[in-house]
Design a protein around this ligand. Structure first.
Ligand code: SF4
Length: 440
């Protein structure tokens, strides 16, 4: 189905959950940019909120998220207090403008909070914003998701949940510092169903230490028996120079690039065979699920959470390190929890880094998003199109892409190369020294 061309995947590339990517963020933007962007939100414009909880009960060795141990209740309580203040701060700037279509909780693990803290923050969001019809989604750690949490989800009308599963193989769980028995995941799924969560996603990983094809096969079969509506299947990104916690992982046991490629294909084949639609290059969904419907109607989007059916052009990030996306700027809050506390405590917006997006960035961002979400893009008007076509020539020679005038079309076999193809439109990649993860 897919042919392996290692030379086309030799250069690590971004995941393009935004364009420009976070690697291009600088500190020449700040609260004034956030004020300006919020002031431009229109009366009934659909907006999405993202609430970041930078805590987990246990820290997994492979994790690339901005999170720390939730081992001091006073620290978590202080964070909840500031997050509540930031919700009010942003709502005051919007002054009733914008209609919240989506409330997404991520982290870290939102269920590192107590259910009562989650209740309180949801109450604050609902009081501060127009969000009576918003869809609520939560990323969660299945370990410790008890009936108290299930009731909390029911009360707060959470209808989507994403579970960090990664692998069911006990020997790999030990190698990545995340022990979670299969029964625990099954119980969590049962509790989510009882709480009327209608779309459950499993995050799975390939390219893990000591992982073989049969391990991945077994994990996929167990996962399929639980019938989640969605899967996201990621290649493990080993970047210990950026994430010191990954030094605990034995790099000598990581599968090589050819095996990673074969594993990506194995997951794709098995999930497609089980009736799931392929969504972009690493998501899968049951055909009735909202994201599969969005893909069929060419409405699929890409944002910081990956592929999404969320159509909003405005995403407001709340909490330390969260990123807000506006048509004209990408703006990130203080990553450092102490400085975040200080800023919000002083009644200031917490924006610390980011990038303003000009017309050229928006145009290239739209092309990259179209390539990743719809496998095709109209590329007319780009001043460097001739150079881009030259960079894409090797992909064309292998039949992975074709041009219809200025329209670029990706072949079905180009899926594992989609990010590398998208990267040819990214002028920052040539100059950047930032090291990304493997292209597959
Ligand atoms: S539970 Fe999730 S967010 Fe927390 S450390 Fe593990 S992988 Fe990272």
């Amino acid at each position: 189905m897919w042919t392996y061309h290692p030379e086309l995947l030799a250069t690590p590339v971004p995941r393009y959950t935004s364009f420009p990517t976070a690697a291009e963020f600088g500190d020449d933007v700040g609260p004034a940019d956030m004020e300006h962007a919020l002031a431009r939100v229109r009366e009934d414009e659909p907006i999405s909120l993202y609430l970041h909880v930078p805590y987990c009960h246990e820290i997994c060795w492979y994790c690339g998220c901005n999170t720390g141990a939730a081992n001091r209740t006073s620290r978590v309580a202080a964070y909840v207090q500031r997050l509540g203040e930031e919700i009010d701060l942003i709502a005051r700037r919007l002054d009733g403008r914008g209609k919240v279509a989506r409330i997404a909780w991520g982290g870290g693990s939102p269920n590192a909070l107590a259910p009562s803290q989650f209740d309180a923050l949801m109450h604050r969001v609902r009081a501060a914003f127009a969000c009576s019809e918003a869809t609520v989604s939560v990323e969660l750690d299945p370990r410790g998701f008890d009936w108290g949490w299930a009731d909390c989800f029911g009360r707060n009308k959470v209808t989507r949940a994403s579970l960090g599963v990664q692998t069911f193989a006990p020997h790999i769980q030990r190698a990545i510092g995340r022990i979670q028995p299969t029964e625990e995941i099954a119980c969590t799924v049962g509790r989510l169903r009882a709480a009327r969560v209608e779309s459950i996603n499993f995050d799975l990983m390939y390219g893990l230490p000591g992982q073989f094809a049969e391990d991945l096969d077994e994990t996929l079969r167990i996962a399929l028996s639980m019938r989640p509506e969605r899967f996201a299947v990621f290649g493990y990104a080993h970047v210990p120079h950026l994430l010191p916690r990954q030094r605990r992982i034995d790099a000598t046991r990581l599968p090589g690039a050819a095996i990673r490629f074969a594993m990506a294909q194995q997951a794709h084949r098995l999930l497609r065979g089980a009736g799931y639609d392929a969504i972009g290059f690493d998501h899968f969904a049951m055909p009735h699920d909202a994201i599969a419907r969005a893909a069929r109607s060419k409405a699929l989007r890409r944002n910081f959470q990956g592929f999404t059916e969320d159509p909003s052009d405005v995403l407001i990030g709340l909490g330390a390190s969260s990123i807000s996306a506006f048509p004209g700027a990408l703006l990130q809050n203080e990553k450092n929890a102490g400085r975040y506390h200080l800023r919000i405590g002083n009644g200031q917006l917490a924006t610390a880094r980011g990038i303003r997006r000009g017309a050229s960035d928006r145009r290239r961002g739209a092309i990259i998003e179209a390539l990743l979400c719809r496998n095709e893009a109209e590329c007319t008007g780009l001043p460097d199109l001739a150079d881009i076509r030259e960079r894409l020539a090797p992909f064309e020679e292998y039949g992975l892409i074709a041009w219809a005038g200025t329209r670029l079309l990706l072949d079905r076999g180009a899926l594992p190369y989609a990010r590398s193809i998208a990267a040819t439109f990214d002028p920052w990649r040539a100059a950047s020294t930032t090291r990304f993860s493997s292209a597959v």
